[in-house]
Design a protein around this ligand. Structure first.
Ligand code: SF4
Length: 323
């Protein structure tokens, strides 16, 4: 089995999903539901959802009612980060393993999980190295974004080979990006449309660093290879900087501020998918704190379709002018 991350498709409408959920529900989550109702490709045999935000959490109840798939599982990744949460998370992962073994007649042993951890750690290391070529003005943010997306949908042995060969090529390349590009830290909701990153680049921005799940959150640190594998996985997830789907805002802010300072960015852009409540909730706090630090900050709520990006040109251009 190959884990394949699901991405939205900004080129489709969401008529079928609209029959199940109200109009002020996150447009990105609705887009995934739309794809599921219409039917995924045959090779997708099941879907595992985790507790991201409350919206994806409750949307899973709709999936259970109206999606025709062999396997559906809700992995309840806890918000809290204490001993009880760790135990709870490990127990839920054990339940997931049990159900996968039953449904697909496979053995998911500790040895296999340890092997997978090692492979993913190698991938994380190479991605961290490749990511630095963004700050060296060699690698476009959009190319990096699309590379991470491919890794999230590929067999991991093939992914590692692909990344190693890209890294070798990067080592021989000289900086070629325009030095006048504004260096940006990108944060916010899930941003999975690479065309949106290209759109920002076309306006003179260069994403040197991010705080995104298709980005640094995917390769933040390594999983401990000496620990019991499920415990190591749970600890890894509970010790990462918190996602934009979680609160408190001040903890998210601390991480973003540290990245902004470390990479000496010209500004921070915070993107909310329409009706993304967790990101909308963080915005007033971020706005106040970045103002205090005199780090230029722009918050934009976007529609999940490419036509609407053009309507934002003036806001981005105005931001570029002040930084
Ligand atoms: S965190 Fe925001 S973008 Fe992600 S699913 Fe929840 S509401 Fe949607």
């Amino acid at each position: 089995m190959v884990p394949v991350r699901l991405f939205g498709d900004p080129t489709i409408g969401v008529d079928k999903a609209n029959e199940h959920i109200p109009p002020n529900h996150c447009i990105w989550a609705k887009n995934i539901l739309e794809q599921a109702i219409k039917g995924f490709k045959d090779e997708i045999k099941g879907v595992i959802t985790t507790h991201g935000c409350d919206c994806t959490n409750r949307e899973f109840d709709i999936w259970l009612e109206c999606i025709d798939l062999e396997f559906l599982f809700f992995l309840n990744a806890p918000l809290k980060r204490n001993e009880a949460a760790l135990k709870f998370f490990i127990a839920d992962m054990k339940e997931l393993i049990y159900q996968l073994e039953e449904a697909f007649n496979v053995d998911i042993t500790s040895e296999k999980i340890s092997e997978a951890i090692k492979k993913m750690n190698q991938i994380r290391e190479v991605l961290r190295e490749i990511s630095e070529y963004r700050i060296k003005m060699i690698l476009n943010g959009s190319e990096f974004h699309s590379l991470v997306k491919r890794v999230q949908q590929m067999d991991k042995n093939e992914a590692l080979e692909m990344l190693l060969s890209r890294l070798e090529a990067l080592k021989t390349q000289k900086p070629h990006l325009d030095k006048n590009l504004k260096k940006i830290l990108l944060t916010g909701s899930v941003i999975d449309d690479t065309e949106f990153i290209k759109f920002l680049e076309s306006l003179g921005f260069h994403i040197v660093i991010d705080d995104l799940c298709i980005g640094t959150k995917y390769f933040w640190k390594n999983v401990n290879e000496t620990e019991e594998p499920l415990k190591a996985l749970a600890e890894y997830h509970l010790n990462k900087p918190i996602y934009s789907t979680k609160f408190p805002s001040y903890k998210r802010f601390e991480n973003i501020k540290d990245l902004a300072k470390k990479y000496n960015v010209d500004g921070v852009i915070n993107i909310a998918q329409k009706f993304c409540e967790p990101v909308l909730y963080d915005h007033p706090y971020f706005s106040k704190k970045f103002k205090e630090l005199e780090i230029p900050y722009l918050f934009v709520e976007i529609e999940y379709n490419r036509e609407s990006y053009k309507q934002l040109i003036t806001r981005f251009e105005a931001f570029k002018e002040i930084i």
